[in-house]
Design a protein around this ligand. Structure first.
Ligand code: IMP
Length: 200
C-alpha cells in the first residue's frame, strides 16, 4: 500500500493545490477527514509556524504510524496597519463575517493612503510531523499591494483586494494554476517538498 501524507485541512481548494504540488511524491494525499481524524484544534500560537505545528501535532496524535502529517497556517499582512490582520486573518472582524465586509473594512482603513504605502503580503507556513517524530517547517511569501476596490471572482478570502503589481491583477483575477505558481502556499509547499526529499 502507498504511504500517506495526511494534511490537516478541511478546505477543498487547499487540498487540490496540495495534491497538484505534492502529487509527484508517490504518496497518497488525504485530508484529516479522509483519514478519519477529527480534532478540534485551537490555534493559539504566536507565529504562522507555531500554529501550523500545533495543527500538525494534534492530527499526528491520531494518524497512522507511517503517515507524514502536514498542516498550514497563513495570513495577510498589511504594512500600513502594522501587519494586521496577520495570524488573525481568519478571525478578523469575526470568523463568520463575510469577506465582502472584511475587505471593505480594510480598504476603508487605507483611505487616502497612497500606492507606495499600500504594500502587503500573503504569508504561509507549512509544518510536517514525520513518523519518527521529526518536525519540519517551511514558509512562502507573495508580495503585493492592497487595491482600492474588490476585483475578480476567483480565489477566496482577501484575494479580491490583493494586487500583484507586476501582473496588474488581483489574485482573485488569476486562474487556479496561475495562482498556485505565485502564491504563498504554492511556494511554501514547494519548499516543504524539497525539505522532505532531503530527509526521507
Ligand atoms: P488559514 O491558514 O486557513 O488559517 O487561513 C488564514 C486566513 O488567511 C484565511 O481565512 C484567509 O482570510 C487568509 N488567506 C490565507 N491565504 C489566502 C489566500 O490565498 N487568499 C486570500 N486569503 C487568504
Amino acid at each position: 500500500m502507498k504511504k500517506r501524507i495526511v494534511f490537516a485541512t478541511g478546505n477543498a481548494g487547499k487540498l487540490r493545490e496540495i495534491r497538484e504540488i505534492l502529487g509527484d511524491m508517490d504518496r497518497e494525499i488525504l485530508s484529516m477527514k479522509d483519514a478519519g481524524i477529527e480534532a478540534d484544534i485551537e490555534e493559539n500560537g504566536s507565529t504562522y509556524e507555531e500554529n501550523a505545528l500545533i495543527k500538525a501535532r494534534a492530527a499526528a496524535a491520531f494518524a497512522g504510524p507511517e503517515d507524514i502529517v502536514m498542516a498550514d497556517d497563513s495570513g495577510l499582512e498589511i504594512d500600513y496597519l502594522n501587519c494586521e490582520p496577520g495570524i488573525y486573518s481568519a478571525r478578523y472582524l469575526g470568523e463568520d463575517t463575510s469577506y465582502r465586509i472584511k475587505n471593505r473594512n480594510l480598504i476603508d482603513r487605507l483611505e487616502g493612503v497612497p500606492d507606495e504605502k499600500r504594500t502587503a503580503r500573503f504569508v504561509c507556513a507549512i509544518a510536517a510531523v514525520l513518523p519518527d517524530g521529526r518536525e519540519l517547517t517551511s514558509r512562502g511569501v507573495v508580495e503585493g499591494r492592497i487595491g482600492y476596490e474588490e476585483k475578480g471572482n476567483g480565489g477566496f478570502g482577501y484575494d479580491p483586494i490583493f494586487q500583484l503589481p507586476e501582473l496588474g491583477k488581483t489574485t482573485a483575477e488569476l486562474d487556479e494554476e496561475e495562482k498556485n505558481a505565485v502564491s504563498h502556499r504554492g511556494r511554501a509547499l514547494r519548499a516543504m517538498k524539497e525539505k522532505l526529499r532531503k530527509v526521507l
